[in-house]
Design a protein around this ligand. Structure first.
Ligand code: HEC
Length: 254
């Protein structure tokens, strides 16, 4: 019987330079992208409770909301803290706590909001235009966290976008050598499972704040798995080929 050809060069250390360049360019770019994503999480969600660094409270505030507090107040103590001087912030917060009365809006509040907030809110698409009373009144009400609208939008962008990143990263990593078969299979599947867990937990946290732990777990899970795949792949493409050993294995074969 005729044996099928064995593609014994199908592994990271044996791949030709051009395909390694392609893989490397991709890994460098998403590596940079993932660092930026981390920074972005720290700067928006990380500041939700007004303190630097990501905590369970941040996740609860972002999705469940800071009930008993208005979105205006939590933002002014969080990621919008540097947008207006102390006395303006205090005035806005006091106004929200007093139930956002319309007469005081026109007399005391509107002009400051136009000065300090409208530059972005009103010009950047997707941000609430704050210079109208109706919009401000809503934001000055009790904070119920992320809206269904924004959750739906961010969820589908994350699921589609990040699945792409994990798919290609897992694809590159699938050519790695010397990793126990079970571990390799597990590491390739892990990011997807944790990504789904992450997104589902946002929705769960919107109603039950204790699910915030799963958001944290999801993030840690896929960060660990991607970091492992990233470094393993880079090492096998740029160190192993130059150590004088031959790697005769088809990594796509069972
Ligand atoms: C330099 C641009 C900029 C300025 C100025 C600014 N914001 Fe923001 N604001 C943003 C961005 C970007 C977001 C979304 C990210 C976030 O939530 O931190 C945001 C989000 C918010 C939100 C949450 C909106 C939502 O529906 O989730 C509130 C409330 C808010 N800002 C209030 C203010 C107030 C009040 C001021 C004026 C004192 C202000 N912002 C000034 C850029 C700005």
């Amino acid at each position: 019987m005729k044996q099928p050809n064995k593609t014994t060069w199908l592994n990271l250390p044996s791949l030709g330079l051009s395909i390694r360049m392609l893989f490397t360019g991709y890994l460098l770019t998403i590596g940079f992208g993932l660092l930026m994503a981390g920074a972005q999480i720290l700067l928006t969600h990380g500041m939700a409770d007004g303190k630097f660094g990501l905590s369970i409270d941040d996740i609860v505030y972002s999705y469940y909301g800071n009930r008993g507090n208005s979105k205006l107040e939590s933002k002014l103590n969080g990621s919008m803290k540097d947008k207006a001087p102390e006395e303006i912030r205090t005035k806005l917060i006091q106004w929200a706590r007093d139930g956002a009365p319309e007469d005081r809006w026109h007399q005391e509040i509107e002009a400051d909001v136009v000065t300090y907030c409208s530059g972005c809110h009103g010009n950047i698409p997707g941000l609430p235009a704050l210079a109208t009373y109706e919009v401000m009144q809503e934001i000055a009400e009790t904070d119920h966290g992320a809206s269904i609208d924004s959750l739906t939008r961010v969820s589908h962008i994350h699921l589609f976008g990040i699945a792409f990143i994990f798919f290609l990263m897992g694809f590159v990593f699938s050519f790695s050598v010397g990793i126990p078969k079970w571990l390799k299979e597990l590491v390739i599947l892990t990011p997807f499972v944790f990504l789904i867990l992450d997104i589902v937990s946002w929705w769960a946290t919107k109603w039950y704040p204790s699910f915030a732990w799963f958001t944290m777990l999801g993030g840690v899970g896929y960060t660990l798995a991607s970091t492992f795949m990233w470094f393993t792949s880079m090492y096998q493409m740029w160190v192993l080929p130059y150590n004088g050993k031959d790697y005769c294995v088809n990594t796509w074969e069972d």
